[in-house]
Design a protein around this ligand. Sequence first.
Ligand code: HEM
Length: 74
Amino acid sequence: MKGGDPIAPGFPVVPDVTTSGNVGKWTEDQFVTVLRTGKTPEGREIDPKNMPWPMTAAYTDTELKALYTYLKSI
Ligand code: HEM
């Protein structure tokens, strides 16, 4: 959750998705939008080949809010 080396050669660095990273600055609504659309509040588009957001797009509101609450706690 704190980020790290790419998962395989050719992939981007895995970002810190906790309070110490970018995600810590996002509101719950922004977080849910990123995981549903792949577009970040900073205007970046996440390539679904790198980060499987079509998977998280299928999560329920409750599941996404639970993830946000957890990631804000670490
Ligand atoms: C429930 C599961 C997951 C959650 C909640 C999640 C959350 C996130 C978030 C919020 C970002 C954007 C971070 C930012 O822009 O600062 C991100 C990016 C990323 N995630 Fe995930 N992720 C999940 C699963 C995965 C999996 C399974 C992989 C790899 C197989 C992965 C790899 C990545 C990578 C490589 C990025 C950076 C993409 C880029 O910069 O283009 N994530 N993730």
